[in-house]
Every structure is written in structure tokens, then in C-alpha cells.
Write a protein that binds this ligand. Structure first.
Ligand SMILES: Nc1ncnc2c1ncn2[C@@H]1O[C@H](COP(=O)(O)OP(=O)(O)O)[C@@H](O)[C@H]1O
Ligand SMILES: [Mg+2]
Length: 165
């Protein structure tokens, strides 16, 4: 696993399961106000990654693709919430603000598919993941972060990635 520099992580996933496992490791670290932005074409593996992320966070609910309803909310037994936004069908970035991004971030972690479409209204401090199709079973995941808090997620993911499976 090459390290581009200290602030980023470049990971090749060789199966959907491996992408879910990476998502699980990240999900287990997430708290209220954390933002995970996913960028990548259709089929790049964004929703697959979110499935693992929600599981790692502790969701009781299965992840469904929110393409038509835009926002999904998942719950844990302790009633805490995880928000899953898919901006594919949004007409414009301001519409995302109307969805209540600030309220979501005050209540739980937020993970966003097609985040680049609403980048102008997103907080600057966030974790950004670029997903790229390599071939049928392989995807490249590139993690970058703004701000020390979100940077810490990359540091932890790097440790676990080198530490085993
Ligand atoms: N290494 C991999 N990581 C993630 N998904 C993969 C991988 N290899 C194959 N796939 C498949 O690619 C598809 C990704 O779909 P999805 O996660 O819905 O993408 P997106 O949300 O980006 O449109 C799934 O059918 C998944 O099984
Ligand atoms: Mg998707």
C-alpha cells in the first residue's frame, strides 16, 4: 500500500468485501459532526463502502441506496443517528443546504455520495474519499482529509491497513 504523503492514503480494494471492511474500520471511529465525502462514478463502490461504514458504526438498519429519496437515516440501539446523503438527484448545491446539513451534523455523522456536486456548501473540514474503477473486482480508494480531526481517521486507517487483513 503506497503512501502518497502523510495526509493521504491510497488503497487498492480487490473485492466488495474488502471495501466493506475498510468502511467498517472507518465507521467504528465516527461521531457526531464527522463528515465523510465520497466521490466516484456510478459503480465505483460508494454505496458498498457505506454498507461497511454503517455496519462498523453499529447501525441496526441495512444500508439502502438513497438515490430516489436523497437522505437515509440509520439508528443504533442507543438511538444515535447516522445520515447518508446521495446528491445524485439534487438540482443544485443550495438544495443540499435546504435539506438541513447543519441539523444532520449536529445529530450524527454524515456520509455523502456524489459529494463533489455540493462541495461549495460543505464544511471545509472533512474526510474525502475518491473511488475509482480499475477492473471488475478492483477499486482504488484515495483518502485525503482537511483538519486534524479528520486527518486522524486516515492515520488510524493506515495503522489498521498495515496491521493485518
Ligand atoms: N473492490 C470492490 N469494491 C467495491 N465494489 C466492488 C468491488 N468489486 C466489485 N464491486 C461491485 O461494484 C458495484 C459497486 O456498486 P455501488 O457500491 O452501488 O457503487 P456506487 O454507489 O458508487 O454507484 C457493486 O455491484 C459491487 O459488488
Ligand atoms: Mg451509490
Amino acid at each position: 500500500m503506497p503512501i502518497l504523503d502523510e495526509n493521504s492514503l491510497d488503497f487498492i480494494s480487490r473485492s466488495p468485501e474488502q471495501s466493506r471492511r475498510m468502511g467498517m474500520r472507518l465507521g467504528a471511529m465516527l461521531n457526531i459532526g464527522d463528515i465523510v465525502c465520497l466521490q466516484g462514478d456510478l459503480g465505483a463502490g460508494k454505496t458498498t463502502f457505506v454498507q461497511g461504514l454503517a455496519q462498523g458504526w453499529g447501525s441496526l438498519d441495512p444500508v439502502t441506496s438513497p438515490t430516489f429519496i436523497i437522505v437515509n437515516m440509520y439508528r443504533r440501539p442507543d438511538e444515535s443517528q447516522l445520515f447518508h446523503l446521495d446528491t445524485y438527484r439534487l438540482e443544485s448545491a443550495p438544495e443540499a443546504t435546504e435539506l438541513g446539513l447543519d441539523d444532520m451534523l449536529a445529530s450524527g455523522p454524515l456520509v455523502i455520495e456524489w459529494a463533489e456536486r455540493i462541495e461549495s456548501v460543505l464544511p471545509k473540514k472533512r474526510l474525502w474519499i475518491n473511488l475509482e474503477y480499475i477492473d471488475e473486482e478492483q477499486r482504488r480508494l484515495q483518502f485525503t482529509a482537511q483538519g486534524a480531526h479528520h486527518q486522524n481517521f486516515i492515520d488510524e486507517l493506515r495503522k489498521s491497513a498495515f496491521g493485518g487483513d
